[in-house]
Design a protein around this ligand. Sequence first.
Ligand code: GLP
Length: 261
Amino acid sequence: MEVVIVAEARAIGPVVVDAVAALIARSGAPVLGLATGSSPAPVYDELAARVAAGTLSLAGARGFLLDEYVGLAPTHPASYRATIEAELVARTDLPTGAVTGPDGTAADLAAAGPAYDAAIAAAGGIDLQLLGVGSDGHIGFNEPTSSLGSRTRVKTLTARTRADNARFFGADPDAVPRHVLTQGIATILAARHLVLVASGTGKAAAVSATVEGPVTAFVPASALQLHPHVTVVVDEAAAGGLALADYYRATYADKPPWQGV
Ligand code: GLP
């Protein structure tokens, strides 16, 4: 696992987008795993800036959402499908038809999870999966005690996550759906490169548990320690609880520029 510590949240964007650009240069048609929430905003801002500047194109890319609320139509402004449409598709040349998400309105929700995993596999798997982390250590919507072997399925949100996400629902936790469809932890671990981004002091405890704590289903993001290619990009505030922060800084500073993350 590589940990990159940057001065402020917006500096997360260029580090991650350099990795996306290198992937596009290698493959031309990358499959991107797309996270929502506040954390990825600097990444989507940087992607939009480079596409506008003509230095990067997502025209050949495909995207798979990490998770989705159950019961929200794709047109609901708080749905993750609508969020990624506004945050990324509308601001870049990523074709809207190239983005797929779990079907939170499926009549058969039990079948929707395996169908989603099959769609990812049919696309050749995810090349680069962008991830945020919940204040309780969740990734996607895999709440604490999620099986480390889980695949895409329905999960029930904790009260803490519904409170954290109430800001997208008129500040009313009761308006946040109770159920979600989320890539499982094993689904996430099947991506070829995992990039977790976090900023702010509210994420410091989750980041230190993810990077330096034991691997445990109680901190789902700690499962990233099992993956061979993980990059954690955090600002100084989110790095505040890391015991080996100086080591991570020195390691990154010594990397040759061609190596990337
Ligand atoms: C949400 C999303 C996660 C996200 C996390 C953190 O519940 N399902 O994918 O990483 O919470 O969100 P934020 O980045 O807004 O803090």
